[in-house]
Design a protein around this ligand. Sequence first.
Ligand code: NAG
Ligand code: NAG
Ligand code: NAG
Ligand code: NAG
Ligand code: NAG
Ligand code: NAG
Ligand code: NAG
Ligand code: NAG
Length: 454
Amino acid sequence: MGINKLSGTFPSSIFNLSALFTLSILQNQIQGTIPSDVGKTLPNLQVFNVASNQFTGTIPSSISNATSLLKFEVQSNKLTGQVPDCRKLHDLQYFNIQLNHLGSSKNGDLSFLSGLTNATELRKLIIADNNLGGTLPTSISNLSTTLQKIWFQSNQLDGSIPDEIVNLVSLESLAMWYNHFTGNIYTNIGKLSMLVELDICMNELSGSMPSTLGNLTKLSKLFLEYNNLQGIIPSSLGECQSMQALDLSNNNLNGVISQQVIGLTSLSMLLNLSSNHFTGSLPMEVGMLKNLGELDVSDNMLSRELPRSLGGCESLEVLHLQGNFFNGSIPLSTSLLRGIQDLDLSRNNFSAEIPKFFWGFLFLKNLNLSFNDFWGPVPNEESKKRGSSHSLKLIIPLEAGLPLLGIAMVLSYFFLRSSRKEKKEISLNTWRTLFCKCHMILSSKLPMGSLQLV
Ligand SMILES: *[C@@H]1O[C@H](CO)[C@@H](O)[C@H](O)[C@H]1NC(C)=O
Ligand SMILES: *[C@@H]1O[C@H](CO)[C@@H](O)[C@H](O)[C@H]1NC(C)=O
Ligand SMILES: *[C@@H]1O[C@H](CO)[C@@H](O)[C@H](O)[C@H]1NC(C)=O
Ligand SMILES: *[C@@H]1O[C@H](CO)[C@@H](O)[C@H](O)[C@H]1NC(C)=O
Ligand SMILES: *[C@@H]1O[C@H](CO)[C@@H](O)[C@H](O)[C@H]1NC(C)=O
Ligand SMILES: *[C@@H]1O[C@H](CO)[C@@H](O)[C@H](O)[C@H]1NC(C)=O
Ligand SMILES: *[C@@H]1O[C@H](CO)[C@@H](O)[C@H](O)[C@H]1NC(C)=O
Ligand SMILES: *[C@@H]1O[C@H](CO)[C@@H](O)[C@H](O)[C@H]1NC(C)=O
């Protein structure tokens, strides 16, 4: 009866069909509670799936008497209270209680986990998005080695992630993000050789990134952002040749960005190194990221000129370089970034004419050049027509020392006039020499040529 629009409460008589193997009513709008004697009245149950309904109340402890259970799925309901003991459910393969209000945010909420060590065929253990608190018991190491998926994210868990977790050698997906975990990422993590996804972001993890992460050659997503990780990115990460998304943003990482990491050609979705303390230049190997969609190295201490190879990142849609010390001009090869939508070069030390090829980027929605030393023409009516249907938000710095309102009026007049003349180039350089440190937004959402001061 799954995936319908059934509503109301569930007829309790169904819970008396003692021969029932499968009870699956997922994705309806059924209300009410799960009968407290469900494990007694349905002793032969193998599949219990009431996911995505509106059940309230607790998970009855009698469930532990349905000893034939293979799949227990109650995710996406409004269940409360403690998770019952499941030590008799030896055949359990899927256990999913995600997205409920289970637990008390206190120690003890995870005591049911040790009972699950009896489920020697367990493959998915999903307890994410609840109010479960306390530390992870070391008995987690005795969970079945058949476990492929552990999702504990968005709870109130604290303490460290026990090293013993590496006993779970079949793990493919480990998600523990948005909890309060502290301590280090252990060297042993490199033993989880089947890992495809490791997401432990938004915790309070510290210490350095172990180089053994490089042994996880199947890893395709590594999310460590918003922790307190220190030290360098181990160059061994370059061994992770299946990596598609890597987010290390908002940590205390430092040192140079190694060429092995910036040249990890498998990266396709995201490379985010933002808000760390990286120094040195953007290595030229960045140009090897041909399939990468989003590159963010903003708010670091990167310097020197951008590598000419940058144009090799031909799939880029988002390029965030703001908040560094990049200088010089924008390499000509950047004109090859034809799919770019969001280009932020602000707060750097660029000193160049605004490249004309920017105005040929058809998908550009956001271009931020502020707090640099750029000058040169901005799009006129003609190039806007060619750029056609998209709305471009352009932010350019001017330098000014006169009363701001006055400048706005002068510039508005200037732009309104010039917008009627095709191919007229506005030399911001001229204005720059007259006015200091004023920032101007030119938005095509506003009437053509009108200006806003910020
Ligand atoms: C499980 O079944 C046994 C035997 O019928 C019974 O004594 C026990 O109370 C039941 N446990 C739960 C939690 O309902
Ligand atoms: C495993 O199951 C047996 C029998 O059902 C039980 O006696 C034992 O306590 C269980 N182990 C754990 C760790 O709960
Ligand atoms: C894991 O299981 C073994 C054998 O059953 C037992 O001796 C050990 O105490 C268990 N470890 C934990 C941390 O529960
Ligand atoms: C991978 O593991 C082996 C031992 O299992 C170790 O010698 C090697 O250094 C590890 N590689 C990396 C990149 O950590
Ligand atoms: C990179 O990470 C920062 C901070 O975590 C975030 O604000 C930014 O949106 C991310 N960039 C991209 C392109 O996703
Ligand atoms: C950029 O800065 C470096 C020092 O970081 C300096 O050597 C180089 O000359 C600068 N380049 C330009 C074009 O200003
Ligand atoms: C442009 O960049 C500046 C400096 O980084 C920032 O303060 C501003 O919010 C940005 N504007 C937009 C619209 O992104
Ligand atoms: C920025 O460039 C100017 C002029 O080229 C130079 O004097 C200044 O030291 C540079 N600032 C940084 C932080 O590199």
